[in-house]
Design a protein around this ligand. Structure first.
Ligand code: KG4
Ligand code: ZN
Length: 364
């Protein structure tokens, strides 16, 4: 039996293996459209990659093979349900590291085939984008700032499958910039939380550039800031703990200014495109959303523009499978399923019609 439509509740098993989290979850979408997380298992591979200062794709893929079956078993046990209660299986099919994607998608397809239930190929970025429907019951449309180790995007979320990309990064993702800043200051991976905690002891007195400020399109560029930080650090070497703290504080202030300016521009564009009757909500998701300095900056920007700020709880902002299962349930409720030939995709832009950002590299 294949259920679809808005009139019945749907229970979906979600699988996430696009980067360094091996995750499985069971989510139910009620007939009233509300979501309920029945199980949410995340096995971080952080300790496997920490020694290398970043995620090693081959190590990640092998670890997914080892961890995924147990994560799925655990998710089903936590949900109190058996496989028979699952209406569909949703797996991240891109964008991400191809080896890991193959592990998750192949497993998801095999379970779907065995159960005789639909398989749903999920765009990882869409799952982040739809999360506030699960966590806050938020309706469309809203503006999303997605900032993690792999993504930096400003998107108008209009509906399932309907996105308008306003801004992206021309080079490094925001979390990646934090990680690289930490590395060049001798701090461990992941760098974001390290930079944030050292910044608390520092003064933001070191002059650093704010690339792209004032540009009409809300794109980001972070490589120049990182290079300027390297020069500032080299000038002061050998670095005292106070130097490190001051460099962290100065870097974080520069990032806060950049994010505020770029987001303010996107809020204006959102109103321009949708009219001022559209609900004024800014959603921030991704690991970098945990940064308190950035959150304060975004609160100020939202207030100034009359927007409400929604930040899902950290466990659902960072990579997880509940968001994959929820995206699956949303798609299933609209009759959107995929066949077993659905490919994995290293790149998969949410808005294929977005013009390439001038000067951008190859990131989705
Ligand atoms: O969403 P996430 O857990 O994984 C993906 O990248 O998909 O994001 C991880 C990123 C890392 O780059 C990490 O350094 C950054 O989020 N991050 C932070 C903070 N906590 C995590 N960046 C700045 N401040 C933080 N407190
Ligand atoms: Zn992500």
């Amino acid at each position: 039996m294949v259920k679809a439509g808005n009139d019945s509740s749907l229970t979906v098993l979600g699988i996430e293996t696009s980067c360094d989290e091996t995750a499985a979850a069971v989510v139910r979408r009620g007939a009233d459209g509300r979501g309920e997380i029945l199980a949410n298992v995340v096995r971080s591979q952080l300790d496997l990659h920490a020694a290398y200062g970043g995620v090693v794709p081959e190590i990640a893929a092998r670890a997914h093979v080892e961890l995924l079956d147990a994560a799925i078993k655990q998710a089903l046990a936590d949900s109190g349900l058996g496989f028979k209660a699952i209406d569909a299986v949703a797996a991240t099919s891109g964008p991400g590291l191809i080896g890991g994607l193959i592990v998750g998608v192949t497993t998801g397809k095999a379970i779907a085939l065995g159960l005789g239930r639909p398989f749903i190929a999920i765009n990882h970025l869409e799952a982040h984008a739809l999360t506030p429907g699960l966590t806050d019951g938020l309706d469309f449309p809203y503006l999303l700032l997605l900032v993690s180790g792999g993504h930096t995007q400003l998107l108008i979320v209009k509906d399932v499958g309907s996105y308008q990309r306003l801004g992206t990064t021309l080079d490094d993702a925001l979390g990646e910039a934090f990680d690289k800043a930490a590395k060049l200051l001798g701090l461990p991976y992941p760098g974001g939380p390290e930079v944030e905690s050292h910044a608390l002891e520092g003064r933001p007195t070191i002059k650093l550039p704010r690339p792209m400020l004032g540009r009409s399109e809300p794109h980001f560029s972070l490589a120049g800031l990182k290079t300027a930080l390297r020069h500032a650090a080299e000038k002061r070497a050998p670095l005292s703990p106070q130097d490190v703290a001051d460099l962290c504080a100065s870097f974080q202030e520069a990032v806060a200014d950049i994010v505020s300016d770029r987001t303010a521009r996107a809020l204006a564009l959102y109103e321009e495109r949708l009219g001022n009757k559209a609900q004024r909500v800014l959603v921030v998701a991704g690991g970098v959303a945990a940064n308190q300095r950035l959150k304060a900056a975004l609160e100020a920007v939202s207030r100034t523009h009359g927007f409400r700020l929604v930040v899902p709880q950290p466990a659902l902002c960072t990579d997880n499978a509940a968001m994959i299962a929820w995206a699956g349930a949303m798609r299933l409720s609209r009759g959107l399923t995929d066949d077993l030939a659905a490919p994995v995709r290293a790149r998969w832009p949410l808005d294929p019609d977005a013009p390439p950002a001038i000067g951008a590299g190859v990131k989705a």
